[in-house]
Design a protein around this ligand. Sequence first.
Ligand SMILES: [Zn+2]
Length: 472
Amino acid sequence: MEKINWLAEVEKRKEKIINETQDFLRIASVLDESTANIEAPFGMGVAQALAHLLQKGEQYDFFVKNVDGYAGIIEHGSGKESVGILCHLDVVPPGGGWTSPPFSADIRDGRIYARGAIDNKGPTMAAFFALLIVKELNLSLHKRVRMILGTDEESNWRCVEHYFKHEEMPTIGFAPDADFPIIHAEKGITDVSFLWETKIDDEGSPLVLSTFEAGERFNMVPELARATIKGESRLLANLEKNFQAYLLEQGHTGEANLKADQLVLSYDGVSAHGSTPENGVNAGVYLALFLAKETYQQAANDYLKFVVANCDFDGKGLHLAVSDEVSGPLTLNAGLFQFHETGERKVGLNIRYPVTASGEDCINRLKEVAKNQKAVLTIHDHMKPNYVEEDHPLIQTLQQVYKRQMNEEPKLLAIGGGTYARALKTGVAFGPMFPGRVDVAHKKDEYIEIDDLLKMTAIYAEAIYELAKTDS
Ligand SMILES: [Zn+2]
């Protein structure tokens, strides 16, 4: 068979691809519970985007199906096995400050500007036209190729949850919702909290820690911590002096406010994503380290001791530290601290463990710690790692395709974050962001480079063909 020039096939359809992508981007598919109903569980905008794309699919003679308003299917070919392409049609709210209206899909300097342009409606259209090219070239396939259109990726993944309850899991697949070349390893992620509720009598300690708070989310490094200490003014004045010295020593900033019998301390940290706690300055941990130099009531002493011993960012304190060659070390972010003299004491952790480590071992170890500490352990969320080995045919094929079209060695990426590919049993994130591109997802003036849109369409078309042409 004659060699296919995929990019040339894309160029032939260039105007159509650009126009249809703009049309699709003009639908404001933001989650809107206020217009939700049984047929449109995520509101009218999302439902309209789903109906729009399914109608396009029908127009080009694909098999299409609306899965109860939660997801959609656009499918081509026949065969027992299938290749899945997992995309999402929902977008995050646009926010303000846009140069042109966020749903106008204006073209400037070779870019289409719109909310959803790169995340994920542009790449969804690339995958759609990729599938159409494969279909129009009448290439023989041994697997079905199924686009799975999710509609709740930006919020709660209720779309894929519903979808996989009622529909088949593809044999292999990819999600064009992160980075090129290929993300084949994503760490396991769990959010847990330790909670102490038991009242401990204040035995008349000269200093009392009244409150201690830091952080808002498990997966962010707290950038501000605050503590209120009560006691004799002489002791508080001394503590204030030590605090100023501690700030200097650490090279950080903060504030101390002394009023009669109360000292309020605040500590400035540097926020960072929970997957890279080492890039931040955890205000909660630093303030706890300072406070732990003094003695307070028993509950405070126990709490501070726990924080100081267990909130390092590699999990050594909790005996969780583990590492592998593919995805690196376990990371721990202490994202939430709440201590109230007369109420609850809580520490919230975001833990990301390597792909070959056991999530169960990790959870069991945390349970053991909770038991020893007489704390209540809550597992708020647990996503198992996503990992497809280097020598898997899926990886090999995608690498060959990428290398052929980009003339670039396709490095495999391992990350601590989570991508949509996790929803697939054997799936990886494959694009749409090319190396070196600025990440504009979720930001104002989000755009997709038209050249990138066309290039990724060609890559996806070849990938679809290569993955589907043989039985695996
Ligand atoms: Zn996305």
